[in-house]
Design a protein around this ligand. Structure first.
Ligand SMILES: NC(=O)c1ccc[n+]([C@@H]2O[C@H](COP(=O)([O-])OP(=O)(O)OC[C@H]3O[C@@H](n4cnc5c(N)ncnc54)[C@H](OP(=O)(O)O)[C@@H]3O)[C@@H](O)[C@H]2O)c1
Length: 232
């Protein structure tokens, strides 16, 4: 069975991806900081028949990243690495004039530095896989100048650029940056608490990611709404 590592998999998009891959028979390594929530999610995912290794920890810690890759190795390897865990830098979001610099540092550390650290750790297993792939979860805030989204957007722009260069440097892999579009999740609620307008459920966005795995387009940046056309 193919094996995926998904960071930030206890809820939101990460959990939806874990459930979608489990339904296809993937084995999974899942992480998040809150051990209780992660345990509940892992049990629900395992109930679909997958082998699941759930490791509570913070992606910014090197020892935790090494443990995630070691867990994948125990399951047989690493066919897919999904860097999905994310930090906003300020909750709720604030304009750049008020953005705490430590918040910006945290967003860069979680969203870009840790994602690259995990790729570095997993590269030998990804290259050993028949069809190794990396997915980095981006945001339209990486490309558009939305007020208050500057720090988070800068960290996602950094992640996009790392993904683009990785795709060029590692032609044996597929490296896809994916903008999932707005979703109804805790992250969005923390970012903009007053905005309770309707948003897609992450479970309805997960098929966009499955399309990448099915069709294996060239490495590059993709938007979920485009990938979902004709898939729902
Ligand atoms: N929701 C949107 O509208 C939207 C739009 C564009 C892009 N995105 C992107 O989509 C991805 C998923 O976000 P979401 O909306 O699904 O958020 P979410 O529901 O809040 O889930 C975030 C997940 O990441 C985990 N996490 C956060 N920081 C972590 C860390 N340092 N180490 C390990 N795990 C960590 C959280 O668990 P713990 O808190 O227990 O660690 C949780 O499992 C993110 O990359 C986000 O930037 C979201």
């Amino acid at each position: 069975m193919p094996v995926a590592i998904i960071t930030g998999a206890s809820k939101g998009l990460g959990r939806a991806l874990a459930e979608a891959l489990a339904a296809r028979g993937w084995d999974l390594v899942l992480d998040a900081r809150n051990a209780e929530v992660l345990k509940e999610t892992a049990a629900a995912v395992a109930a679909r028949g997958s082998r699941v290794e759930a490791l509570a920890g913070d992606v910014t810690e090197g020892a935790h990243r090494a443990a995630l890759v070691a867990a994948a190795w125990r399951l047989g390897g690493c066919d897919l690495l999904v860097s999905n865990a994310s930090a906003l830098g300020a909750e709720p979001l604030v304009r750049l004039a008020e953005l705490p610099l430590d918040g910006l540092r945290r967003a860069l550390e979680v969203n870009a530095v840790a994602a690259l650290g995990l790729v570095q750790e997993a590269l030998p297993l990804l290259h050993a896989a028949a069809a190794g792939a990396v997915i980095t979860v981006s945001s339209d805030a990486a490309a558009e100048a939305y007020e208050t989204w500057g720090g988070y957007g800068a960290s996602k722009a950094a992640l996009d650029h790392l993904a683009a260069v990785l795709g060029a440097e590692e032609p044996g892999l597929r490296v896809w940056a994916v903008d999932p579009g707005d979703m109804a999740t805790d992250l969005y609620a923390a970012a903009v608490p007053d905005d309770d307008g309707p948003r897609p459920d992450p479970a309805d966005v997960a098929p966009a990611f499955l399309r990448l795995l099915d069709e294996r387009p060239a490495s590059g940046r993709y938007a979920a709404p485009d990938l979902l056309e004709g898939r729902r």
